[in-house]
Design a protein around this ligand. Structure first.
Ligand SMILES: Nc1ccn([C@@H]2O[C@H](COP(=O)(O)OP(=O)(O)OP(=O)(O)O)[C@@H](O)[C@H]2O)c(=O)n1
Ligand SMILES: C[C@](O)(CO)[C@H](O)COP(=O)(O)O
Length: 219
């Protein structure tokens, strides 16, 4: 079965701040994005990798690849206005049948087991996402104040989110709404069920400067 992965790195990184876009920041001396791509290559060296980047960052990425002698083959698609639009641009590079994963470029610590588990489950379930338990108490904000909710009713969602190709393409034909915070929410909006598999706790999304400190410890 053909395997594809769309690695989205088309965002602005506003919560991270700084001059260098977060996907290019070094972790253990190597740009985050290279580590993320290597994780998928280590899982399957024949996987079709599609990297989504803002057009304005293409030249910078090319320079980085030369500097770091990074030669893993990948297509490059243009970043869009939101993550939804970036994924949609990446999907245009996916042809034929098979499985397509969507992964945040800023999640370099996804484990090989989690990648394999998602692609394997998607062979029968068509739509699979990795999740982890909530380890803190959760409160719901109400009009009057706030209330504790049963945390076992909730999960934290990670990527890669893996789908049967035609299913994801059909889902991404829908009109964008801001409720689409990940790919599962887009597929669910068509009335399709999503299967949950175990994620890995280290698979953090590098979002704020604090996450970079954690990344340097995890590497
Ligand atoms: N228009 C966008 C927005 C986000 N992403 C990607 O989606 C992933 C998760 O998004 P997030 O962590 O929110 O990244 P940013 O949007 O860059 O961050 P911020 O919201 O702080 O600006 C990132 O790899 C990001 O590059 C994307 O490809 N295209
Ligand atoms: C896709 C995602 O990483 C799953 O947790 C998350 O929804 C992305 O959210 P962001 O606000 O675009 O970072």
């Amino acid at each position: 079965m053909n395997r594809h992965v769309i690695i989205v790195a088309g965002g602005k990184g506003l919560r991270m701040g700084g001059d260098i876009p977060k996907q290019f920041l070094p972790v253990g001396g190597k740009p985050v994005l290279m580590r993320t791509i290597e994780a998928f290559y280590a899982f399957d060296s024949s996987i079709h990798i599609i990297l989504v980047l803002p057009v304005s960052q293409r030249a910078y990425w090319k320079d980085l690849c030369e500097t770091h002698h990074f030669a893993l083959r990948h297509d490059i698609a243009d970043g869009g206005e939101t993550r939804f639009h970036s994924v949609k641009n990446g999907l245009a590079y996916v042809r034929g049948e098979g499985l397509v994963g969507v992964h945040d470029g800023v999640r370099p610590f996804v484990s090989r087991e989690v990648i394999a588990g998602c692609y394997e489950a998607a062979q029968t379930k068509q739509a699979v996402i990795p999740v982890i338990d909530v380890v803190e108490t959760v409160r719901h904000l109400t009009k009057l104040g706030s209330e504790t909710v049963p945390r076992n009713d909730y999960k934290l969602v990670q990527t890669p989110q893996v789908f049967e190709v035609q299913l994801l393409k059909e889902a991404y034909q829908q009109e964008y709404t801001d409720a689409f915070t990940d790919d599962a929410s887009v597929v669910e909006a068509m009335g399709r069920e999503v299967c949950l598999v175990q994620g890995n706790r280290e698979n953090i999304k590098l979002t704020t400067p604090f996450d970079l400190k954690i990344a340097e410890v995890l590497i």
